[in-house]
Design a protein around this ligand. Structure first.
Ligand code: GLN
Length: 389
């Protein structure tokens, strides 16, 4: 029998997606894979009904339905303060997952190096390997998740082709400061490196923070491949709508990669999502307020359970320190917790290059009652662990 490709042996199955299956198998409250358990805005549900009835039901233009691109260009031009041209600066993809893969395949030649901050969202390593490149890791050191400027300088000295920037950051909840971004920008310009961003949490930044689009920093638009999606912003992770924004010459190449990868994102859902892209700005303020409240609630439950954590400044994840809980290993701890406590989290080791085994990641994109139920279960954690010991 022929053997499968070498490249598929170089990365592992996603632990995030696996933990969802573990959660389901044990009927645990799933705070592992980050997705909401509440509905999208009513206007989007109505628009989806209309699209189901009226179409379109056939392929959209491969790089995105014109109406969707026009609405996205209006929204992002307003937010980024840059003229984003719907004809030349956008490719609509199947989630930011495809956006990132298409961006990496567009930017990298086999053998190129790519800087990845660690901890990282799992997909970046697979994206790097599948595009034939090799990662160079730069540590974001817990508990604060700052980076050492000299370590980043040394990474750039290795002549990378690209740097992947997840901001706000999954899993750490870090929001890069303007100064940190300017430092990255300076190195990217000096060494002529692409910056591939994952900005899917652009609307989930807690006050007083404010999202800074990397592409809007002085001189950066030309070397930035911005990836994002509608999943988190409109609570529609299953619609698989993402996009790449970049200069026209880069977009020409991304279009080709995207066309052969997937042809296009779902046409009726692009049509329906226009309604979301056209919501007034107050929608984003309300989204931020809603997540601020979820963060407050969930962090209080963690406090009540005697757990220590790094307070996230953005996104909807929190890294919790399980030192002192007597766990041999974060993976074993998460499996035990899903089974015995009924709450699922992601073992932190799946996000780190370094041998970090004392952190686990929860997400709090859940209804208040789901968070309360999780909080109640977590309150029994110490007691159960004592009995287990
Ligand atoms: N971004 C989400 C997480 O980190 C999951 C995304 C996915 O599984 N495609 O949990």
């Amino acid at each position: 029998m022929p053997t499968t490709s070498q490249r598929t042996s170089l990365f592992n199955e996603s632990v995030i997606r696996r933990m969802t299956r573990v959660a389901n198998a044990h009927g645990a409250i799933n705070l592992s894979q980050g997705f909401p358990d509440f509905d999208p805005p009513e206007a989007l549900l109505k628009a989806a009904e209309r699209a189901a009835r009226n179409g379109p039901h056939q392929y959209a233009v491969t790089w995105g339905a014109p109406g969707f691109r026009a609405a996205l260009a209006r929204k992002q031009s307003r937010l980024m303060g840059l003229p984003i041209d719907p004809e030349t600066n956008i490719v609509v993809t199947c989630g930011s997952t495809e956006a990132m893969m298409a961006a990496m395949m567009t930017a990298c030649n086999p053998g190129d190096k790519v800087i990845i901050f660690s901890p990282f969202y799992e997909n970046y390593v697979a994206d790097t390997i599948l595009s034939g490149a090799e990662p160079i890791y730069v540590a974001l050191r817990p508990p604060g998740f700052g980076f050492d400027p000299d370590e980043l300088r040394r990474a750039f000295a290795q002549k990378p082709k690209a740097l992947i920037l997840c901001n706000p950051s999954n899993p750490s909840g870090k929001v890069f400061t303007r100064d940190e971004l300017l430092f990255i920008a300076k190195l990217a310009a000096e060494h002529d490196v692409f910056v591939i961003t994952d900005e899917v949490y652009e609307h989930i930044v807690y006050a007083p923070g404010k999202h800074v689009y990397f592409a809007t920093l002085p001189g950066m638009f030309d070397r930035t491949i911005s990836c994002s999606s509608l999943s988190k912003t409109y609570s529609i992770t299953g619609w698989r709508l993402g996009y790449v924004i970049a200069p026209a010459t880069i977009i020409d190449a991304v279009r080709k990669v995207h066309d052969f990868l997937t042809v296009g994102a779902a046409a009726p859902l692009q049509e329906a999502a226009i309604t979301g892209l056209e919501l007034p700005h107050s929608y984003y303020d309300e989204l931020r307020a809603a997540y601020t409240e979820k963060r407050r609630l969930f962090l209080k439950y963690l406090d009540d359970a005697g757990l220590t954590y790094t307070r996230p400044d953005g996104a909807y994840y929190v890294m919790v320190d399980i030192t002192g809980f007597g766990a041999a290993d974060d993976m074993e701890f998460c499996e035990w917790m899903a089974r015995e406590i009924g709450v699922a989290a992601v073992p932190g080791s799946s996000f780190f290059r370094e041998p970090v085994r004392h952190l686990i990641r929860f997400h709090f994109a859940k209804k208040a009652e789901t968070l309360a139920a999780a909080g109640e279960r977590l309150a029994g954690l110490r007691e159960r662990l004592k009995r287990r010991a």
